[in-house]
Design a binder for this molecule. Sequence first.
Ligand SMILES: NC(=O)c1ccc[n+]([C@@H]2O[C@H](COP(=O)([O-])OP(=O)(O)OC[C@H]3O[C@@H](n4cnc5c(N)ncnc54)[C@H](O)[C@@H]3O)[C@@H](O)[C@H]2O)c1
Ligand SMILES: O=c1ccn([C@@H]2O[C@H](COP(=O)(O)OP(=O)(O)O[C@H]3O[C@H](CO)[C@@H](O)[C@H](O)[C@H]3O)[C@@H](O)[C@H]2O)c(=O)[nH]1
Length: 448
Amino acid sequence: MRISVIGTGYLGATHAACLAEMGHEVIGLDVDPLKIESLAVGELPFYEPDLEELIARHVASGRLRFTTSYEEVGPWADVHFIAVGTPQRGGEGAADTSFVEAAISSLARTITRDALIVGKSTVPVGTARRLQDILTREQDPTLEIGLAWNPEFLREGFAVKDTLAPDRIVLGVDADHHAETLTAVYAATVEQDVPVLVTDFETAELIKQAANAFLATKVSFINALSELTEAAGGDIRVLAEGLGLDPRIGRSFLRAGLGFGGGCLPKDVRALQARASELGQERSMRFLSDVEDVNLRRRERAVFLATSMLGELRSKRIAALGAAFKPNSDDVRDSPALDVAVRLFNAGADVAVYDPKANDNAARRFPRLHYVESLDEAVAEADLILVLTEWEEFARLTPRALGSVTTARKIVDARNVLSVREWIAEGWDFAALGRKYEPAFDFSPIGA
Ligand SMILES: NC(=O)c1ccc[n+]([C@@H]2O[C@H](COP(=O)([O-])OP(=O)(O)OC[C@H]3O[C@@H](n4cnc5c(N)ncnc54)[C@H](O)[C@@H]3O)[C@@H](O)[C@H]2O)c1
Ligand SMILES: O=c1ccn([C@@H]2O[C@H](COP(=O)(O)OP(=O)(O)O[C@H]3O[C@H](CO)[C@@H](O)[C@H](O)[C@H]3O)[C@@H](O)[C@H]2O)c(=O)[nH]1
């Protein structure tokens, strides 16, 4: 099939490359000419494991092209996927759907044959039905241009794998034949027995935002319990294991630490509350404001621990290990790690930030922090070290190895990846979020 993907950011570039991998002819379109220039020569303008190789391979095979021209894709494709951004609107919680509206209008203007437009962007419930009205108004009335909503559940850091082997495919449609077209698009994955859920627009839109709200709630639930283990004693990691081994609860998404960030969970949690209010159902999603509060309190706690360990922050040097919102990503959108670094800087500390992949993005956002090229450089002159993103490079740190490159003997593990016992035994002043100490035995469950 001939497929266009409108918007080639984290989601769209991945989707375009994976559709080419599934055997389709694909054109990726973006309004950002720099992004398109680099993708067109097989280079990825951001970091995502395995994606650059896939793009380069299919640019070379001729199955994947990139353009900035709607006039080129409109008449060409059978199916147009929309993967443009839906960021938070100004200071409000609501999602800004104007980029999706602009993409629909541009397609309606340029499509010259029957086609299906498929939304992948995350949108508030009710958006697809509203967009269908725009489409009906603006399209050539002699054509049959359908609309479907097919939300995406990929995680950054695993984007290629999640797209080629998703947990589920959700199809929001208003006509059976649109579901059939999309099942044909995804034939390569559907054949792997991936569950396909065919439903209406509203349910599809809500499934996506509900999934992110649920994941955020799980993270904040365990982080709220961290506040209790910090006050009463106990080890939040063992507590999470004890909860998660109940299959009704599940072990995933119970890693306590600095909380959730990124381009999705924070904005989607806010957008769902905003939409619930618009629908007169403010109370139904009110608990999500507590989910957000817990999330922000983890950052305050990390700053509090740093301040307690150093006394005064002014003129102290702090090594911030990590700026990305999670490991294996260069994304710093709403990053808890970067937020903590900025808070410490604003309190007067000299903050040296090192992230294996996200330094450039972080520097563009907060140029006043001091960015360094290696872990050794970050810790060399430090009075205190903070592990803010759980990159493998940081999770593998040992007190002896680190002690040989810095005179600092103070460390905060904000992601619960280091062993309290080991660091304290080596004479470090050690603090973690949710653990004061850990038992003198291995906490891994027997048989796990
Ligand atoms: N990043 C993820 O992991 C992920 C996963 C699932 C869903 N989503 C959702 O997918 C959407 C995109 O997210 P993202 O992270 O890829 O954002 P992004 O900012 O990385 O990419 C969006 C792209 O759309 C382009 N764009 C904006 N207006 C356009 C227009 N009118 N025509 C063509 N291109 C246009 C931008 O230039 C940008 O390159 C959001 O709704 C997000 O919530 C993202
Ligand atoms: O146990 C956990 C799990 C995650 N996180 C944090 O939660 C955030 C989100 O993590 P993750 O969900 O892995 O990253 P995303 O790539 O943002 O993916 C989420 O957002 C995407 C965009 O909507 C969805 O498609 C995915 O299904 C959804 O997992 C990150 O800051 C993590 O550090 C924790 O603190 N503890």
